[in-house]
Design a binder for this molecule. Structure first.
Ligand SMILES: Cc1cc2nc3c(=O)[nH]c(=O)nc-3n(C[C@H](O)[C@H](O)[C@H](O)COP(=O)(O)OP(=O)(O)OC[C@H]3O[C@@H](n4cnc5c(N)ncnc54)[C@H](O)[C@@H]3O)c2cc1C
Length: 569
C-alpha cells in the first residue's frame, strides 16, 4: 500500500504518523511545498511577539527526524500540481529546481489547508500574512529594520488578527486594528465582543471599526517613493511600517476541484464521515475539508487545529481498515487577547436569529473561583439553548482564568448531548482556588432550568427599550450606593432587602427587575411573582446591558462612518 499525502503540517502529518503506527509495511510519501514540515503554526504569532524566543521551538520535526522515527519519505519544497484520478498519480514540481515528476498512489490524502481569502492586498506597502515560518521571518525583518518604535496596521479582527495585535504590542509596536465590519470576533455576539474592544483600546491599540483601507500615502505607481502610512475609509492616515493582512482564509480546494472531486456548498472539499472524498481512493482532512456542523447539520468550514489532527488520524484509520466515523464539529475556539481569554462554541444569537431557530438565552457573570479566595476573576458567559429541546446550541465566554475549562465543559456537554439544565447536575472538581461549590457551569444550568420550567422569565438587553415603551416599569434592586454609581435610564431603585416590605410602592403592570449581574434580580423576580406581580428579570443585569450599549455605540458610530461613504455595513 502506497499512501501519498499533500501537505505536511497539522492534518497531513497526523495522518502520516498514525498510518505508520498502524502499518509498518506501508510506503508513505509526504509532499510539502514549503520548506518546513510539522511546524507550530499556532505558535507563530508568539514568535513575532517575542514570547517564544527560540525559532527552533516552532519547528517540531524535520524530514530527517520523521524518517528516523517513522520511516516517512517527506519531500519539502515539493508542490503537488495535479491529480490524475484514473491513473492514480499526482504531478509534482520541485519548487527549488523546477523539476517535474509523477508519483503513483494507492490512497491519496489531501491536507493542503487553507489559503488567504482575498488576492494579496496592494496598497503600495508590502503586506504580510501570518501563516508560515517564512511569514514570521519577513515580519521580524521588517520590524528589526525600523529605527525607533515601529507602527503596524493589522487588517482584520479575527483570531489571527487579534493574536497579531497582542504580540505586536508585546513587542513594543504601535498598532492600528482595522475592521471592515462593525464588530471584531464575529463568532461572538456584539455585547460579548464589546469588552474585547475596550480591552484593546486600554492597551493602546487604535481600533477602527466599520473602516477599511483605501490606499497609502504613496501612489502605487510612484517608483521609488516609499509609503509610510495607510489611508482609511474614514479619511485618516495611519502610520504603517508593517501591514498584516488577517482578513481570513478559505479552504484550498484547487487540486481537488481541478481533479473533479465534489466541492460542498460552503466551499470546502466534500467528505463522508470517514474523510473519504467523492473518489473513495482520495481522502481530505483539515482546513480544506468540510465538517458536519453539530448545530445545523450542514457542511461547515471549521478551521481549527484539533479537528485537522483528529481527522488526519481518522483518515489513516480508515485506510488501515478500521474506519472511524467523525463526530459533528461543535466549533470550539479560544483566543487570548492581553488580559482577556475569549472562547466560544457552537452558534451565536445572531446566527440563530438569522436561521429562525427558537432559542433561550442566559447571561451570567460568575467568578473563576470562590470570591473569598484571593485572585478570583469575573467572567461573562452567554449560553444559547434550543427553546424546544433544551439542547445547548452555543456558548461564549469572556474573562480571565477559568474561561478555558468552562468552554471545554460546555463543548463536552454539547458533544455528549446533555441538555442545558443538566449542567446544574454536573459534579465538578471544587476547592476554593479552583472553582465554586456552585460552579459557573452549575449556575448556567440553574438559570437554564428556571427558564425551562418558567420559574423565571427574562428580558434581553436589546429587548428592554421596547418593553419599557410598551408599558413595563424598571426596578433596580441593587443598593442605593450601587444605583448612585450608575444606573439605567428610567429605573427606580428599591433595594432587594426592602422589597418584601415595600413592594406595594411599585407601579401596577408588568415589572422588569435588574441587579448588577442577574442573580439578585432572579431572587427579586421570584419574590415579586409570589407576591402577585407580573415580573421578568433583565438577563445578565446592568453589566450585560452596559456591554450591549458599548456594542451599540460602536455599531452606530461605525455605521455612520460607513454609510457616509455609501457603502453597506
Ligand atoms: C498563525 C496561526 C495561528 C493559529 N492558531 C490556532 C490555534 O491557536 N488553535 C487552533 O485550533 N487553530 C489555530 N490555527 C489554525 C490551524 O493551524 C489550522 O486549522 C491547521 O493547521 C489546519 O491544518 P491543515 O493540515 O488543514 O493545514 P496546514 O496545517 O495549514 O497545512 C497545510 C500544508 O499544506 C501545504 N500545501 C498546500 N498545498 C500544497 C501542495 N499543492 N503541495 C504540497 N504542499 C501543499 C502548505 O504549504 C501547508 O504547509 C492557527 C493558524 C495560524 C496560521
Amino acid at each position: 500500500m502506497k499512501i501519498v499525502i499533500v501537505g505536511g503540517v497539522a492534518g497531513g502529518m497526523s495522518a502520516a504518523t498514525r498510518m505508520r503506527r498502524l502499518d509498518e509495511s506501508a510506503e508513505i510519501v509526504v509532499f510539502e511545498r514549503g520548506h518546513y514540515v510539522s511546524f507550530a503554526n499556532c505558535g507563530l504569532p508568539y514568535y513575532v511577539g517575542g514570547v517564544i524566543t527560540d525559532r527552533a521551538e516552532l519547528l517540531l520535526q524535520t524530514p530527517e527526524s520523521l524518517r528516523a522515527r517513522f520511516r516517512l519519505d517527506v519531500r519539502i519544497d515539493h508542490e503537488v500540481t495535479g491529480i490524475d484520478r484514473a491513473g492514480q498519480t499526482v504531478s509534482v514540481r520541485n519548487t527549488l529546481t523546477g523539476e517535474e515528476s509523477i508519483e503513483g498512489y494507492d490512497r491519496l490524502i489531501l491536507a493542503a489547508g487553507a489559503t488567504t481569502r482575498s488576492e494579496p492586498l496592494d496598497f503600495g506597502l508590502a503586506t504580510h500574512t501570518l501563516r508560515t515560518v517564512d511569514d514570521v521571518d519577513h515580519i521580524d525583518a521588517v520590524l528589526a529594520a525600523v529605527d525607533g518604535s515601529p507602527s503596524a496596521v493589522v487588517i482584520g479582527g479575527g483570531f489571527i488578527g487579534l493574536e497579531a495585535v497582542d504580540n505586536l504590542v508585546h513587542r513594543g509596536v504601535h498598532v492600528t486594528l482595522v475592521q471592515r465590519g462593525p464588530q471584531i470576533l464575529t463568532p461572538l455576539d456584539p455585547e460579548m465582543a464589546a469588552p474585547v474592544v475596550a480591552d484593546l483600546r486600554a492597551h493602546g491599540v487604535d481600533v477602527r471599526l466599520g473602516t477599511h483601507v483605501v490606499g497609502s500615502d504613496a501612489p502605487v505607481d510612484s517608483a521609488g517613493t516609499a509609503a509610510t502610512g495607510l489611508l482609511l475609509s474614514d479619511g485618516s492616515l495611519v502610520p504603517a511600517d508593517l501591514v498584516i493582512d488577517a482578513t481570513g482564509v478559505r479552504p484550498d480546494t484547487s487540486l481537488a476541484a481541478a481533479a473533479g472531486l465534489r466541492i460542498g456548498d460552503s466551499g470546502g472539499i466534500w467528505v463522508d464521515e470517514t474523510q473519504a472524498t467523492s473518489d473513495p481512493r482520495i481522502f481530505a482532512v483539515g482546513d480544506g475539508a468540510l465538517k458536519t456542523d453539530a448545530v445545523g447539520g450542514a457542511g461547515a468550514l471549521v478551521t481549527m487545529a484539533g479537528l485537522a489532527n483528529r481527522h488526519g488520524r481518522a483518515a489513516a484509520d480508515t485506510i488501515a481498515g478500521r474506519p472511524d466515523a467523525a463526530e459533528p464539529a461543535v466549533g470550539t475556539g479560544i483566543v487570548g487577547v492581553f488580559d482577556l481569554t475569549v472562547a466560544m462554541v457552537g452558534w451565536n444569537e445572531q446566527r440563530l436569529v438569522a436561521a429562525g431557530r427558537a432559542h433561550r438565552i442566559v447571561h451570567t457573570h460568575p467568578s473563576s473561583h470562590a470570591g473569598y479566595f484571593p485572585g478570583a476573576e469575573q467572567m461573562a458567559i452567554k449560553l444559547l439553548i434550543d427553546a424546544d429541546t433544551d439542547a445547548i446550541l452555543g456558548a461564549q465566554i469572556v474573562g480571565g482564568s477559568g474561561v478555558d475549562k468552562r468552554i471545554d465543559v460546555i463543548a463536552t456537554a454539547m458533544a455528549a448531548g446533555l441538555g442545558a439544565s443538566a449542567l446544574s447536575r454536573l459534579e465538578l472538581a471544587y476547592a476554593p482556588q479552583y472553582g465554586s461549590a456552585k460552579d459557573a457551569i452549575n449556575q448556567l444550568g440553574y438559570v437554564a432550568d428556571n427558564l425551562l420550567h418558567g420559574t423565571t422569565r427574562s428580558v434581553q438587553w436589546h429587548e428592554l427599550s421596547a418593553e419599557l415603551a410598551a408599558g413595563a416599569s424598571l426596578v433596580d434592586v441593587r443598593t442605593p450606593a450601587e444605583f448612585a454609581a450608575g444606573h439605567l435610564p428610567d429605573a427606580r431603585n428599591l433595594n432587594l432587602d426592602e422589597l418584601r416590605a415595600r413592594h406595594a410602592e411599585l407601579p401596577a403592570g408588568p415589572l422588569i427587575v435588574h441587579c448588577q449581574v442577574g442573580q439578585r434580580g432572579h431572587t427579586a423576580a421570584r419574590l415579586l411573582s409570589q407576591l402577585g406581580h407580573d415580573v421578568r428579570n433583565l438577563d445578565g443585569g446592568y453589566r450585560t446591558w452596559l456591554a450591549g450599549q458599548a456594542a451599540d455605540a460602536a455599531v452606530v458610530a461605525a455605521a455612520a462612518e460607513v454609510l457616509a461613504e455609501g457603502i453597506p455595513v
